[in-house]
Design a protein around this ligand. Structure first.
Ligand code: BG6
Length: 303
């Protein structure tokens, strides 16, 4: 048995012989779908998401680069749109590779990796953004699927002489059945920036007790622990681990914010989603000419 691929001019899909699959839209290199062997979807995608390149995809895993949110006080990036231009550029599919594990429990199991590229010279680069960020760069984004997990990783290389500052984030929309029974652990003692409380944004997560979501939540954590675990109805569901990404954003728009987001549907869909977004966004990553910034997340299925 081998991996099944399909590719057209807008998306790439890969399916393992055991049934797990992933689908990536070239626009934004956005992961649109990740299913387990039973065909259960693991990511939330808005029913009103635009997949035609007219705006960033609402759901799945958009890639945020080179700025998280907007940065009016940072001269290099202040003219960029919210969350940068990676999610609104058309990436190139660079190719696929498969490998087979030889050892342990995963012996004979296949892993498939899909590679995507975007550079400052790419025809698919968002033109408005390109004009606002005049650096030479090359991005490689890889999406790796095996039976237990999905990994997304990015390498952002500075191909020019001048250093640039960047932020990187994987804006993952996890799918849940009922947000009111979801608990998030792995954030104990973590300092965070509460974007919902402008008057008093600097806080610390308590040492004990999980995070639960019962109102609009928009927090930039700097976790002490390596992994964030999402449980639902008391059962572990996802473990999100980070490589060289020191922040995790936890976002749920809840009732009113969801109402105001045009491409968010159904309007009560916030009950079926939770954004857990590993990133390097607390500080600027300064990348010298010839250097690169690398970061990755792995989402492991626990149920
Ligand atoms: C999150 C931010 O990462 O993305 C939120 O912390 C923001 O503040 C959310 O609202 C969605 O952003 P956008 O641009 O996709 O609507």
């Amino acid at each position: 048995a081998s991996v099944t691929f399909s590719e057209d001019n807008s998306r790439v899909t890969a399916e393992l012989p055991t049934g797990e699959s992933v689908e990536v839209l070239l626009y934004g290199a956005t992961v649109l779908s990740w299913k387990d062997a039973a065909g259960d979807e693991k990511l939330w995608l808005s029913e009103a998401a635009k997949l035609d390149g007219s705006r960033a995809v609402r759901g799945g895993i958009p890639v945020v680069f080179p700025v998280f949110g907007t940065a009016p006080d940072h001269p290099q990036t202040k003219s960029l749109p919210q969350h940068g231009f990676a999610r609104t550029s058309r990436w190139e599919f660079l190719g696929k590779s498969t490998s087979e594990s030889m050892v342990g429990r995963a012996a004979n199991e296949l892993t498939v990796k899909l590679d995507f590229g975007l550079s400052s010279a790419a025809p698919g680069l968002d033109p408005t953004a390109a004009a606002s960020w005049p650096f030479k760069f090359n991005l490689i984004y890889s999406v790796t699927l095996n039976r237990e997990s999905l990994t997304t990783s990015i390498v952002a290389t500075n191909d020019g002489a001048a250093p640039f500052d960047c932020q990187v984030l994987m804006h993952t929309y996890l799918r849940v059945k009922d947000i009111t029974t979801v608990e998030i652990t792995g954030l104990a003692n973590a300092p965070y920036h509460d974007k919902v409380d402008a008057a008093n944004p600097s806080k610390t997560q308590p040492a004990s007790g999980p995070l639960t979501i019962s109102a609009e939540t928009d927090r930039v954590y700097t976790p002490v622990e390596d992994a964030v675990t999402v449980t639902e109805g008391g059962k572990p569901k996802f473990r999100v681990t980070r490589d060289n990404l020191s922040n995790v954003v936890v976002w749920n728009p809840w009732t009113e914010k969801a109402q105001g987001i045009a491409d968010f549907a159904p309007k009560d869909g916030f009950r079926q989603m939770l954004c857990v977004e590993p990133g390097a966004v607390g500080a600027w990553q300064s990348v010298e000419g010839g250097d690169a910034f690398e970061g990755a997340q792995t989402i492991t299925l626990l149920d």
